[in-house]
Write a new protein. Structure first.
Length: 206
C-alpha cells in the first residue's frame, strides 16, 4: 500500500489555497514520510502546516522554485520521487533532451521521471516501457514530453501572473476576496494543465 502511494503520480496541484484533491494530498504526505520529512501519521487528505513546511523545506534544499506547491510531474514531484528512488541530482538533470540524441541510447533515470506523467506511468514502469520500445516510439514519447513541458511552462507563467493579481486583490479587498481569487487561479491552472483551450478556462475572480 505504501509503495503504491509513493509511486503514484498526483493528478492536480497540491499546496495552500488550492483545491487539493484529498487523494493527492495523502499521496504527497506518503512521499515525504518515505524520506523522513513528514512525521505525523498519514490519516487524512488535508493540507496541514507540517506538509506545507515539508514542501517549502524540500524546495529550498533542492534549489527549486520555493512556492509551497507541488505540480503534477513538476520539478518538485520529480525531485521528490528521485530522492525516494535514490537518484542523484546529476541523474535527473537532462535539460531539453533532443530525440535524435537520446532515443537510441540507454535512458538515464531522470528521463523516466520526466516521461512518467506523459505516459501516465510510475517512473519504474516507464523504465520498463522504454526498454521494450523501438527508437521511433521513444522519439515520439520524447517529443510529446517536450511539448507537455513547454505547455506546463506556459501554465506556470499564467498561474504566477494570476497569483500576483490575487495578492493585490487580498491587499485591496481583504482575505476572503483574496481566497476566492486564489481558488479561481488554481482552477485556471488545472484547466491549462488539462489541455483545455484558453477560451474554456474559468474566469479569474479578481
Amino acid at each position: 500500500m505504501l509503495f503504491n502511494n509513493v509511486m503514484k503520480l498526483i493528478h492536480e496541484p497540491v499546496g495552500n489555497n488550492l483545491t487539493n484533491r484529498p487523494e493527492d494530498v495523502e499521496n504527497v504526505k506518503f512521499k515525504f514520510a518515505t524520506i523522513d520529512r513528514y512525521k505525523t501519521p498519514v490519516e487524512n487528505g488535508y493540507i496541514d502546516r507540517e506538509l506545507n513546511d515539508a514542501i517549502l523545506g524540500f524546495q529550498r534544499d533542492k534549489g527549486l522554485k520555493v512556492d509551497g506547491r507541488m505540480n503534477p510531474g513538476g520539478e518538485t514531484e520529480a525531485a521528490l520521487v528521485g530522492d525516494i528512488l535514490g537518484f542523484t541530482d546529476e541523474d535527473r538533470n537532462i535539460p531539453n533532451p533532443e530525440p535524435q540524441k537520446i532515443a537510441g541510447l540507454g535512458a538515464l533515470p531522470g528521463l523516466f521521471i520526466r516521461l512518467a506523467p506523459v505516459l501516465r506511468m510510475a517512473p519504474l514502469v516507464a523504465k520498463d516501457w522504454w526498454a521494450n520500445q523501438s527508437t521511433e516510439e521513444r522519439e515520439r514519447a520524447l517529443q510529446k514530453t517536450k511539448e507537455e513541458e513547454a505547455r506546463k511552462a506556459e501554465c506556470d507563467e499564467t498561474y504566477s501572473e494570476n497569483t500576483q493579481a490575487c495578492n493585490r486583490v487580498t491587499q485591496a479587498k481583504g482575505e476572503r476576496a483574496g481566497a476566492i481569487c486564489h481558488q479561481s487561479a488554481s482552477e485556471i491552472y488545472a484547466s491549462c494543465l488539462s489541455g483545455k483551450e484558453k477560451e474554456y478556462w474559468p474566469p479569474l475572480q479578481d
